[in-house]
Design a protein around this ligand. Structure first.
Ligand code: CUK
Ligand code: CUA
Length: 642
């Protein structure tokens, strides 16, 4: 079990277990799905899916690309993890992508996806993802389905409330999950001085509208709460961000007795337009801090890693009107904004109801100063003054809410293992459907945008139990597809996923299908070691380094006999794939390779470093079956004693 909820509440755990066992002996739903409704998820051989689904891989540090409604897996995109399949993080060109200010970090825990938007709708340009552990953000180019950029987030200790996006992709955010001492004594303070020393931080990361490049515009130093999740305002609430925060007690141990004493934690409302004004008027202070910024350049086919030295930090004490707090029942998790931007749904994991706040009422409360005192100098808006209403008795353990654009909201219930559909307008529960089992996130294609495509909904479950053939102590991860086009939700399909999926976003296939990059033009290849034809293939020694300019084209590697390598030499195989046809990668591996293979796309150059640590003859070959003569794409390298 990868979710901490059960540990915190034994009573609810029992409730959950009962509900779970009840649901697991309800074969009717599954039966009807198999015969009738399942057909709606069937995509005939040779036909395409309606949606691309970009799914977090959780602790595998990758993203999975699936088709909806079929649930078929098309691609694993390595993001924060090395991938021996493609050589990502192993090739000399991609290693710098995983640099941080404290060295090479080839793993992270990827939770949330944010697809780029224009005017509140998906625009099919980039996917952003958070690294939860080493605070990082990544950008994936949706024309290549490759990671193009990774930005480290300083002043953060766990990047969970991230990378939620504004309606024109002005910003994505990164708020720290853990508060830590940010400004004192290099962080070396007694842990039980949390209340004096520990602080939170929210980064506003600006997106370059042309290139998509990320840059930290400014940070806001906050009270020492833990940020969990977030959403940007949209439409009328554009200019605001809403964050759920827990541990308002500022306890240094999160046993329930400490951190959930208070009846209410907070939703923090951040007026980022106001923050921008404060930055412009010089209120932000420069702070010296190191963080890495890694960008993959498609011309040189090489990642450049740089270290930045400074961020701008806003102190709320200098910036009245920038932050407000809204009380929210115990331990809020998801904070979701409806398609109109008017309603903010906050799910308290330990709460018995779901509060829905009104943006209009929040504005009025601010104008009327309807405050209930302050928290660390930040005005606390009166709960009732901000409230549109509560969804009562929705189920147990509400986590996340998505929308269908037809006035309905869908909330995942972790503990009671179900999805509850309710009406935003009158807050009435309309339908509920079991999930198998213990759902975390849920996702409607376009669900977080102003124009959801309310046809399907996908549940990402935390517990698999009996849904698939068992595979030893660990079972596959489990997602489920529901039809939400009618009044009642209908289960259509179970499909397994890799890693542990947290959030996912899906967008129409028509947005991406016809703009995929098929090849890299060989004449535009500006790699330092490119060989643009077999005539340019060569071997050169530089000290104890041997550089091999090698070409790959069906069905030959050139050169294919390499001599003159001495024991202890570092050999760099710079392999250019000369193909200019779609879907003809070549691979490269050498006997006993000390790291991985590499896969080189048409027109691209990639480099595998190999240390000649033994004498003898070493075969090398193409690893990707590329033609009838694929087995002939091979050669020998000789290593001689010094
Ligand atoms: S979350 Cu990261 S613990 Cu509900 Cu987005 Cu899964
Ligand atoms: Cu090239 Cu196999």
């Amino acid at each position: 079990m990868k979710f901490c909820y059960f540990k915190t509440c034994a009573v609810l755990m029992m409730t959950s277990a009962c509900l779970l066992s009840m649901q697991s002996c309800k074969p009717k739903t599954a039966q009807s799905a198999a015969t009738g409704d399942a057909a709606k998820s069937f995509v005939a051989p040779g036909k395409y899916d309606e949606f691309y689904n970009v799914v977090s891989g959780g602790f595998n540090g990758q993203i999975g690309i699936y088709g909806i409604p079929s649930g078929r897996l098309f691609r694993i995109v390595p993001v924060f993890s090395q991938s021996p399949e493609s050589g990502y993080g192993f090739s000399e060109e991609t290693k710098p992508m995983l640099n941080t200010s404290h060295g090479f970090v080839p793993w992270d825990d990827l939770h949330h996806i944010a697809l780029s938007q224009t005017k509140g709708e998906h625009d099919g340009r980039w996917a952003f993802a958070n690294g939860n552990n080493t605070p990082r953000l990544a950008r994936i180019d949706l024309t290549t389905f490759r990671t193009s950029e990774i930005l480290e987030i300083p002043n953060s200790a766990g990047n969970h409330a991230s990378p939620f996006i504004t309606e024109n992709s002005e910003y994505i955010v990164a708020a720290t999950r853990f508060s830590v001492p940010l400004d004192d004594q290099n962080g070396d303070v007694p842990i039980n001085t949390y209340k004096q020393h520990f602080k939170g931080s929210i980064s506003f990361v600006a997106i370059n509208p042309a290139s998509g490049e990320m840059g930290i515009a400014f940070q806001i130093r906050t009270p020492g709460v833990n940020f969990d999740l977030s959403r940007a305002g949209k439409g009328k609430s554009h200019g605001w961000f809403f964050f759920s925060c827990y541990n308002s007690e500022k306890a240094n141990t999160l046993l329930e007795v400490n951190a959930s004493q208070k009846d209410k934690d907070f939703v923090m409302a951040v007026n980022w337009k106001k923050a921008e004004e404060y930055v412009k008027s010089g209120k932000a202070k420069k702070q010296a801090v190191k963080y890495a910024h890694n960008v993959y350049d498609e011309k040189t086919h090489t990642a450049i890693s740089t270290v930045k030295n400074e961020v701008l930090v806003l102190d709320p004490a200098d910036c009245p009107g920038m932050l407000y707090l809204i009380p929210c029942p115990k331990s809020p998790h998801g904070t979701d904004v409806d398609p109109t931007g008017e309603y903010i749904v906050a799910s308290g994991k330990l709460a018995a109801s779901i509060p829905v706040f009104s943006y209009t009422k929040i504005q009025k409360a601010i104008a009327d100063k309807a405050f209930d005192g302050e928290y660390d100098g930040i005005p606390v808006i009166k709960y009732e003054a901000a409230l549109h209403g509560e969804v009562t008795k929705p189920g147990l353990g509400p986590l996340h809410t998505e929308f269908d654009g037809k006035g309905n909201a869908y909330t995942s219930m972790f503990v009671s293992s179900e999805i509850v559909k309710w009406s935003i307008n009158d807050l009435k529960v309309l339908d509920r459907v079991p999930t198998y089992y213990s759902i975390g996130h849920l996702s409607v294609p376009g669900g977080p945008t102003a124009k959801p495509h309310g046809k399907y909904m996908i549940a990402y479950n935390k517990i698999t139990k009996d849904r698939y053939l068992p595979t030893g102590p660990e079972l596959t991860q489990s997602a489920q597809l529901y039809d939400i086009s009618g009044e009642k939700m209908k289960l259509l399909l179970d499909f397994p996923t890799t890693g542990e999926p947290h959030y996912a976003e899906a967008l129409p296939a028509s947005m991406l299908k016809d703009k995929q990059k098929k090849i890299f033009k060989i004449e535009e290849n500006a790699h330092a070691y490119v060989a643009k034809g077999e005539g340019q293939a060569k071997v050169e020694r530089k000290g104890n380094q041997v550089h091999v300019w090698m070409t790959a084209i069906r069905s030959h590697l050139t050169p294919d006999n390499i001599e003159g390598v001495k024991l202890g030499d570092e050999v760099f195989f710079h392999i250019t794939n000369l193909e200019q046809d779609w879907d003809v990668p070549h691979g490269f591996a050498i006997k006993g390779a000390n790291n991985a293979e590499i896969l080189i796309m048409p027109g691209e150059t990639q480099t595998l470093k190999w240390v000649a640590d033994r004498t003898g003859i070493f075969p090398f070959y193409c690893t990707d079956f590329c033609s009838a003569l694929h087995q002939e794409m091979s050669g020998y390298l000789r290593v001689s004693p010094v």
